[in-house]
Design a protein around this ligand. Structure first.
Ligand code: 4AD
Ligand code: MG
Length: 477
């Protein structure tokens, strides 16, 4: 007898005399119909029990959440909505689940409640769909870069530098192994660090990726990054995953082309390969939408939104042009934007970004050539002396999804920029070496993976697209 996943069984349309399946009970109806799910697919397989043939005490243990093992015959289903079902021959309860205590009842739970039960929330349709999509997107990321000649580089998690120069780092502290007490009475000097210098968890793998781009040509990183920014929003995590390609001999225009092509590819990948989960989340979102007042409802379904991305050009506009548009716009009929009108050089706020993407252009927007003073030290200074070759990609409903730049490849200019920001040269001597030995123009960007998963799944809170979210005052699991 062969063991099948529920997904394999549901894709069969012929009868099989003997099959075997294991999973968790979603519901057990009328002492007869078990809806069984094993995570392989959104759908449950119906397992039909002839209760006369089974011990009553055993059937009592078939409760929501219990793990069971079933053997039986795969037959054409009499019920609606499924082609096949299992006529149960043997039934074994592998792990009981007390129905009085099990938190995931067969009903709609709030996302807040499920966040408190993050260890069990993937037993619901919504979270299993989200996490299968997260997995598929991650595969698509590797597939894209592999098919385009990139090498996957593992950037270090513990670093001695602040890649973004924003000072939002988690410090790494440790016991110095060379300084352990010898006879138990000596005090340990905890302040002396393991590495002999201050270190932190990485905020970005970019600087290290640049070193590899300047030898392997085309590389990307895809790993966890950490930011101690105290922003409790629906778009920020203290630990998030970032994808950072870096390419030698590529300028800012090439960087924009790469980012656009890459985003379209990964979104098309899930449209082509994860239809069930997307359709489920799409329907869910439409149901939620119906509860909202007309003005707040979205004008596209989730799948339409994804197709819109793959089928349309992203609008490219300079920061200066964007400011002009904002200056001349009235977001709410009468009033203009409060500031921005006078202030070339200030950063765009999320209300500005939303206006540009959702009201003005009504498509994804790439803003480039930002003022140097609001961007990181490593960005290539333009000839005007006041803007840098930066680019941010803004998505509807998400805001900034990608941040990138052409890098400053000129040693002297880079040194001047670092000096102006009090970044010591001896901290980044290796980074400066790249500009000493065979420097060349190069560019790259960072895509916040969770923001991509939010966009693709339609989830509104970033805490709901990562298994165990880390946010201020929250690291329960
Ligand atoms: O714009 P950021 O800070 O850029 C960098 O880190 C560059 N070193 C990337 C590069 O050029 N290689 O971050 C890049 C992206 C943002 O656009 C956003 O999508 C995401 O990372 N991001 C966050 N996502 C979740 N939580 C946070 N706290 C995030 N901070 C940035
Ligand atoms: Mg940014």
């Amino acid at each position: 007898m062969r063991h099948y996943s529920v997904s394999e069984l549901l894709s069969k349309d012929i009868a099989f005399p003997e099959v075997e399946v294991k999973g968790w009970v979603r519901t057990f109806r009328a002492n007869r119909f078990i809806a069984l799910n094993d995570g392989s697919t959104l759908n449950n397989i119906q397992c039909v029990v002839d209760f006369e043939n089974f011990d009553e005490a055993l059937l009592k243990r078939v409760t929501t959440g219990a793990a069971i093992h079933i053997t039986g015959e795969l037959v054409e289903s009499q019920g609606k909505g499924q082609k096949v079902e299992i006529q149960v021959k043997t039934l074994e309860v592998l792990g009981d689940s007390d129905p009085e205590e099990y938190p995931i009842q067969p009903k709609k739970h709030s996302f807040e409640f499920l966040r408190e039960n993050a260890h069990l929330r993937t037993r619901t349709n919504t979270f299993s769909a989200v996490m299968r999509l997260r997995s598929a997107l991650s595969y698509a990321v590797h597939k894209y870069f592999n098919e385009h000649g990139f090498y996957y580089m593992h950037a270090p998690i513990i670093t001695g530098s602040d890649a973004e120069g924003a000072g939002e780092m988690f410090k790494v502290t440790s016991l110095d192994v060379n300084n352990l007490p010898k006879n138990g009475s000596d005090k340990v000097d905890y302040s002396k660090d393991f590495f002999g210098k201050e270190t932190n968890l990485t905020v970005s793998g970019q600087l290290e990726a640049e070193t590899y781009a300047m030898s392997l040509g085309k590389v990307y990183t895809f790993g966890p990054t950490f930011r101690a920014e105290n922003s409790n929003t629906s778009r920020h995590l203290a630990e998030f995953w970032m994808i950072e390609p870096e390419v030698a001999f590529m300028d800012l225009a090439g960087n924009m082309d790469l980012a656009e092509d890459f985003l379209k590819f990964v979104i098309k990948y899930v449209l082509d390969n994860n239809r069930d989960d997307l359709e489920f989340l799409d329907k869910r979102q439409q149901d939620e939408d119906k509860k909202k007042p007309q003005a707040e409802r979205s004008d596209m379904t989730l799948i339409e939104k994804l197709k819109f991305i793959t089928d349309n050009h992203f609008k490219r506009v300079s920061y200066t042009e964007a400011i002009d548009i904002l200056r001349n716009s009235k977001p709410n009929k009468k009033k203009k934007f409060k500031y921005i009108v006078n202030d070339w050089g200030c950063d765009l706020q999320s209300e500005h970004e939303r206006f540009l993407v959702e009201k003005h252009f009504k498509c994804p927007v790439i803003i480039f050539d930002y003022p140097a003073n609001i961007k990181a030290f490593y960005m290539r200074l333009n000839d005007d002396g006041k803007t840098v070759r930066a680019m941010d990609i803004l998505f509807p409903g998400i805001g900034e999804i990608v941040g990138g730049a052409q890098r400053e490849e000129r040693l002297e200019v880079l040194k001047q920029k670092m000096a102006a920001l009090n970044i010591p040269e001896d901290e980044l001597w290796w980074y400066l070496d790249l500009r000493k030995y065979g420097t060349a123009i190069h560019s790259g960007f960072g895509l916040g993976f969770e923001r991509l998963v939010m966009f693709v799944t339609g989830m509104c809170n970033i805490r709901d697209v990562i298994p165990f979210p880390r946010t201020p005052q929250n690291a329960e699991f």
